[in-house]
Design a protein around this ligand. Structure first.
Ligand code: GLA
Length: 372
């Protein structure tokens, strides 16, 4: 009998703490109710692993080797990069078909690529008996994206996708990987994700440019603050020494990171204390900072956030993920959700000439094998 196994990894939405992860700061994401399924079928006739997807026409068979090279700019590079990392650890699985399918919008800021990477890592971990922990699988998937895809992303996406618990968001310190699963008690509010349907491309240089600008800020501020990472700089230290940052762009990037880290701290305290309106206000402040200081928002994201904030029952709204298009996340009163989707959707379409999609989500579990 042919052996078939199924694995699943969710996508994620980041509630607050954007562009803080690679600066050693705090993030506060949760897993969502959309994700990637991976069907694994044993096939002794295959030398390597045959990769296919319901969403892309391109298929290929790859050999799991540490020497493997990217295949153009194809989607298979996400699973292939993870296989390379397993190969480096001495695991070279072969004779399988991997078929991917999912309901995460692509290039939309909900981590469809990290979801593919992590589901692959979870599957390879089971198939090879590598026995890595969920945290190790997250780190391995991040390494693959850094080295194979060449995006210098932080650990947020892979970590939450691998580690999430239902009904919780993860307050993660990206410097130490210490984390808390914080119950997401949103009372009568719902998480509504708005997809601008303006696709973005993280492989573009803009993300890596931000990484470099943050490193430049740290280089200047470290000697006077003793900070090891930009997130170590306190707001007071920043205001005292910001004149040393003579490049205005670098100064704005640093101000965002420093203030956003402080906001995540205050936002998680507010949430734990049940002060949801305060949490919501900080989501909007985060958006404004990403728009004006970090400059990763877009007309479509700004339009959707403005429309959301002018709709009854909304206590907070912001862009989520890397930005440059993609999705917003809003906290909407449960009785206003239908009206929100209808009203924001139609005004957005008339202003931006694009049709938006909306997903209402709760916080879900992280990646695992699907056992029947
Ligand atoms: C992308 C990256 C993450 C993080 C966010 C911005 O999702 O993969 O590591 O940097 O952007 O917060």
């Amino acid at each position: 009998m042919t052996v078939q196994r199924k694995f699943y990894a969710p996508g994620r939405v980041n509630l607050i703490g954007e562009y803080t992860d690679f600066n050693g700061g705090l993030v506060f994401p949760c897993a969502i109710n959309r994700g990637t399924s991976l069907q694994v079928t044993e096939d002794r006739s295959i030398d390597g692993i045959a990769l296919s997807s319901d969403d892309f026409d391109f298929t290929t068979t790859v050999v799991c080797s540490s020497e493997a090279k990217p295949v153009g700019r194809e989607w298979v590079n996400y699973p292939l990069g993870v296989m390379v990392e397993f190969a480096k650890l001495g695991f070279n699985p072969s004779a399988f078909r991997f078929n991917y399918s999912g309901d995460l919008p692509l290039s939309a800021g909900l981590s469809s690529s990290a979801s593919v990477s992590v589901v692959t890592a979870v599957a390879l971990n089971e198939l090879t008996g590598a026995n890595l922990s969920a945290q190790e699988l997250a780190l391995l998937s991040q390494r693959s994206e850094n080295t194979f895809i060449n995006v210098q992303c932080g650990i947020m996406d892979q970590f939450v996708i691998a580690m999430a618990q239902s009904d919780c968001a993860i307050a993660l310190d990206c410097a130490t990987l210490e984390y808390q699963q914080i119950p997401l008690n949103l009372k009568e509010y719902r998480i509504v994700i708005g997809n601008t349907n303006q696709p973005r491309n993280l492989k573009g240089s803009a993300y890596n440019d931000r990484v470099n600008e943050c490193q430049a800020a740290l280089k200047t501020l470290a000697p006077v603050t003793h900070a090891k990472q930009l997130a170590d700089v306190t707001p007071d230290q920043f205001y005292e020494h910001s004149n040393l940052l003579t490049d205005a762009i670098v100064r704005k990037r640093a101000q965002h990171v420093v203030e956003e880290c402080d906001r995540v701290n205050r936002a998680t305290v507010a949430l734990k204390a049940g002060r949801l309106e305060e949490f919501g206000r900080m989501m909007l402040q985060s958006h404004v900072s990403l728009r004006d200081l970090f400059e990763v928002s877009s007309d479509t994201l700004d339009c959707m956030v403005d429309l959301a904030m002018n709709t009854d029952g909304v206590i907070g709204s912001r862009m989520t993920g890397a930005g440059f298009g993609g999705c917003t996340v809003s906290l909407v009163h449960q009785e206003s959700v239908d009206h929100f989707i209808e009203s924001v959707g139609s005004k957005y379409e008339s202003q931006m000439k694009l049709k938006a999609d909306f997903y209402v989500t709760t916080a879900m579990n992280g990646a695992s094998e699907v056992l029947n």
